[in-house]
Design a protein around this ligand. Structure first.
Ligand SMILES: *Cc1c(COP(=O)(O)O)cnc(C)c1O
Length: 373
C-alpha cells in the first residue's frame, strides 16, 4: 500500500466542474488582479475567522511582512517569536530589518511558552508573533496580557490554523493581525501561492490594502513604500469554492486524529511514542499536521521504516530557527532553547489528510510498531 503524506487529487476531482467553470469565467473577463473575487474572499475569511476585516495578499510570508511594515517595525526594533516554526515567521522580522528574538516552546503543544516571553522583553521590543503550529492555537490569554502590559503589537501566525479556536475564539481574531497562508498544502490551499491578513480595526485593514499596492492611494500617489503583495483573482475564486468545504475537511482530519489515538492506544508501542496533546484551552484543533514524538533516539529509524514501506512522513522542523546559519549573528548557542532543540530531534508528521483511510492509518501504526519492536 502507498500512503502519501498529502494527496490533493481527490479533493480536486470532487470540485473540478465548479472550479473549472469559475476559472473559465475569469479568463473570459481577463480581470486577473484584485477585483470582486478578492473582495468576496476577504469578506468570507473575515467572517469565518470572526475578525474585523481582511486583506488578501500574495502569500503567508507576505502576510507577516506587510503586517510588520504597516506597524513601521524595522531597524532597531525587536520582535519576539518561537524558534519552532516555518522559517517565514522569523524571516519576515529579519526582512524588515528588525531583530528576531526567540522564546522557547511548550513541550506538549510545541507553541511558544508564554512564561518564557517576559524575560525577552527589552525597551526595543515592538511586537510578538505567536504561531498556531500544526493547527492548534498558542496559549493566547497570557500572551495578550503581556502584550497589553508592554504595549506590544500581536501578530498571530495562523498559516497552519485557519478555523482553529482558543477558548471558542478563532485564530486570527485575537491579536492585532492574523496571517494566513493558502499554500497548497495548508488546510485551505489554492492553486499556487496566496495569503490573507485579518486585522482588528477598519483602519488597519485600510492601511494593509494601501501597502499591498505599493503604498498607493489614489493611483500614482504614494504615502508609504509598500510592495506588490496582491492576491490573484484566480486564487481567490478557487479559494471561495474550497472554503465552503473547509469545515467538512476539518471534521475529517479530527476524526482521523481520533482514530490514530485509538490505534496507538491499542498497539504495543506504549511510551515509545508521544501523541500530539490537545491543550485544555484548544477548543478546536484543525490538525494541519499530526506530529508524534518518537523517543529514545529512534525517530530517524522510524522515518526510514515508514518511507521503505511506502508511507509519506516528514520532519517539521529539523533545525530550530535560532540554530539556522542565517541567524548565526544573533549569537544563540546549542542549549539556549532546549525544549525546541529536543522536540526537533523527536518530531515526525504522519499522514492525516481528510481523504486518507482507516486502512492507511492501520498500516502506518503497524509499521511504526514493527520498527520499534
Ligand atoms: C506556510 C507557513 C508560512 C508561510 O506561508 P507561505 O504562503 O508559504 O508564504 C508562514 N508561517 C507558517 C507557520 C507556515 O506554516
Amino acid at each position: 500500500m502507498q500512503v502519501p503524506l498529502l494527496d490533493l487529487k481527490g479533493q480536486f476531482a470532487a470540485l473540478k466542474p465548479e472550479i473549472m467553470k469559475e476559472i473559465e469565467e475569469l479568463c473570459d473577463s481577463q480581470m486577473f488582479i484584485l477585483g470582486p473575487k478578492v473582495a468576496a474572499l476577504e469578506t468570507e475569511i473575515a467572517a469565518y475567522s470572526r475578525a474585523n476585516g481582511a486583506c488578501g495578499v500574495s502569500s503567508g510570508s507576505d502576510a507577516l511582512l506587510i503586517s510588520l511594515m504597516v506597524e513601521g517595525i524595522g531597524a532597531g526594533d525587536e520582535v519576539i517569536t518561537t524558534p519552532f516554526t516555518f522559517f517565514a515567521t522569523a524571516g519576515a522580522i529579519a526582512r524588515v530589518g528588525a531583530k528576531p528574538v526567540f522564546a522557547d516552546i511548550d513541550p506538549e503543544t510545541f507553541n511558544i511558552n508564554p512564561a518564557k516571553i517576559e524575560a525577552k522583553i527589552t525597551p526595543r521590543t515592538r511586537a510578538v508573533i505567536p504561531v498556531h503550529l500544526f493547527g492548534q492555537t498558542a496559549e493566547m490569554d497570557p500572551i495578550l496580557e503581556i502584550a497589553r502590559a508592554h504595549n506590544l503589537i500581536v501578530i498571530e501566525d495562523a498559516a497552519q490554523a485557519i478555523g482553529a479556536e482558543y477558548k471558542g475564539r478563532r485564530a486570527g481574531s485575537m491579536g492585532n493581525y492574523g496571517c494566513f497562508s493558502f499554500f497548497p498544502s495548508k488546510n485551505l490551499g489554492g492553486f499556487g501561492d496566496g495569503g490573507m491578513v485579518t486585522a482588528d480595526s477598519p483602519e488597519r485593514v485600510e492601511k494593509l490594502k494601501i501597502f499591498r499596492n505599493h503604498g498607493m492611494n489614489p493611483k500614482y500617489y504614494h504615502h508609504f513604500v509598500g510592495g506588490n503583495f496582491r492576491l490573484a483573482a484566480l486564487q481567490a475564486a478557487v479559494l471561495s469554492i474550497k472554503l465552503k468545504h473547509l469545515d467538512s475537511w476539518t471534521a475529517a482530519r479530527q476524526k482521523n486524529a481520533e482514530e490514530y489515538r485509538r490505534l496507538f492506544a491499542a498497539s504495543a508501542i506504549g511510551e515509545k511514542v508521544a501523541l500530539p496533546v490537545k491543550a485544555s484551552f484548544s477548543s478546536r484543533h484543525i490538525y494541519n499536521q499530526f506530529s508524534i514524538l518518537v523517543k529514545d533516539g529512534k525517530r530517524d529509524a522510524v522515518k526510514a521504516a515508514l518511507q521503505a514501506a511506502g508511507i509519506g512522513c516528514d520532519i517539521y522542523y529539523p533545525v530550530p530557527l535560532h540554530m539556522q546559519e542565517c541567524f548565526a549573528s544573533l549569537g544563540y548557542r546549542k542549549g539556549d532553547l532546549p525544549v525546541s532543540e529536543a522536540v526537533a530531534d523527536e518530531i515526525l508528521a504522519l499522514p492525516i489528510y481528510p481523504e486518507s483511510t482507516t486502512e492507511m492509518r492501520e498500516y502506518v501504526v503497524a509499521t511504526i510498531e514493527t520498527a520499534l519492536k
